[in-house]
Design a protein around this ligand. Structure first.
Ligand SMILES: Cc1cc2nc3c(=O)[nH]c(=O)nc-3n(C[C@H](O)[C@H](O)[C@H](O)COP(=O)(O)OP(=O)(O)OC[C@H]3O[C@@H](n4cnc5c(N)ncnc54)[C@H](O)[C@@H]3O)c2cc1C
Length: 353
């Protein structure tokens, strides 16, 4: 597996995958089984998309045959699974421009000047480039990344601190429940006493409040005080007026803004911020350009990781026709095909066993 850093070369490959989230990663596997190599581009610095960026330590329970794994574990397992196909990653780069060359090849250019050419393009861009909504508090940017966070990347960073979590949705409540045993003091702040999070989480949160293990403040956060990136207090405003509330860390869950970004200008038909596809092969209205995972839409679509995995398999079957014209696609099982097992690097003894 290579992480490419040469931005001036023109890379030739079979498939360009925009987005290295779970679905983009699994697409490498399905393409690889069918003799197609892939380059992936992601604006984030690492693989995993939402799983690695938004909930790396949260458990996922609905991946077939894996009763439980965290977002990061799923990413790591996918990276392990696709190793035999040597994908090339272009991290920290926005896929910015897509054009069709006269000979029918696609050319993708990133914001850092990387150019990749391939027979097919797979848009696995999820919700697009997603950014957290910032709290509407003057001067809050000065604390970002040091004492204000929009996601939890390492639970231990909050150990023995006074933590304020803001928000009323699943992310806010999940992290309150998850971090409560770890911190010195924890406070949940929400503007009204009504929570959008799962009822079970709300019940658990209220039980912690009753046991005095969690402070609940129904208030708005209107200001921040501190120095050198370190928050000392947040200003809370409720019916009684404004007051300062001391804390060390502030986790803000005001929701996410997902922006389709440059993919909107790639020339494929859009339905809002999503890309309609043919459900037989997950091709867009443009031949040779596919859309899989959270980015696509079709009747009955469910934005689940397993849906994206299924879509990747059907996409690869159709992509084969573009990449290997004249060759006949052969349906094979990994359990019984020695051809597929060779591609996967399975040893002779394992095959026999
Ligand atoms: C808190 C939370 C919990 C969840 N729990 C579950 C669960 O339990 N089970 C489940 O099945 N699903 C769950 N999901 C949903 C699941 O994470 C998504 O369905 C999945 O991540 C979609 O994968 P994807 O690869 O399509 O897109 P994403 O994971 O969104 O990855 C897309 C990638 O594309 C990149 N990108 C976008 N545009 C560009 C561009 N122009 N250039 C370069 N890179 C670009 C982004 O940076 C991103 O890394 C959860 C989501 C959240 C937020």
């Amino acid at each position: 597996m290579t992480q490419n850093t040469h931005q001036t070369d023109i890379h030739q490959t079979d498939a360009i995958i925009v987005g290295a989230g779970p679905v983009g990663l699994f697409a490498v596997f399905e393409l690889g089984l069918n003799d197609m190599k892939a380059h992936l581009v992601d604006v984030l610095e690492r693989a995993g998309g939402q799983c690695a960026e938004l909930y790396p330590e949260k458990p996922i329970y609905d991946i077939p045959a894996i009763p439980v794994c965290t977002g990061q574990e799923l990413t790591d397992r996918l990276l392990e699974q696709i190793k035999p196909f040597n994908p090339v990653f272009h991290f920290g780069q926005m896929a910015e421009r897509l054009e069709k060359l006269p000979e029918g090849t696609w050319r993708l250019t990133t914001d850092r000047g990387t150019v990749i050419e391939a027979k097919v393009v797979v848009l696995a861009a999820g919700g697009g480039s997603f950014v957290p909504k910032k709290p509407p508090i003057k001067g809050i940017e000065a604390y970002e990344g040091t004492s204000l966070f929009y996601a939890v990347k390492k639970r231990d960073a909050f150990k023995d601190t006074r933590l304020v979590v803001a928000g009323g949705g699943d992310s806010a409540l999940d992290w309150v429940l998850n971090l409560q045993p770890l911190v010195k003091e924890i406070t949940l702040v929400h503007r009204r006493d009504d929570f959008r999070a799962a009822p079970d989480s709300v019940a658990k949160m209220r039980a912690l409040v009753a046991e005095k293990k969690l402070n609940l403040k129904i208030a708005q956060i209107t200001g921040v005080k501190g120095a050198n990136g370190q928050i000392q207090a947040l200003t809370l405003k409720d019916d009684g007026g404004e007051y300062d509330y001391g804390c060390d860390h502030f986790l803000a869950f005001y929701g996410l803004t997902m922006k389709l970004g440059p993919v909107a200008d790639f020339g494929v038909a859009l339905q809002g911020e999503l890309i309609p596809v043919n459900v037989a092969n997950f091709e867009t209205n443009v031949a040779g350009v596919f859309a899989i995972g959270d980015i696509n839409t079709y009747p009955g679509k469910m934005k689940l990781i397993l849906s994206g995995f299924h879509e990747a398999a059907l996409m690869a079957k159709k992509a084969f026709d573009y990449v290997h014209p004249g060759r006949k696609y052969r349906f094979q099982y990994t359990t019984s095909s020695s051809d597929l097992q060779t591609k996967l690097g399975v040893e002779k003894e394992e095959k026999a066993g």
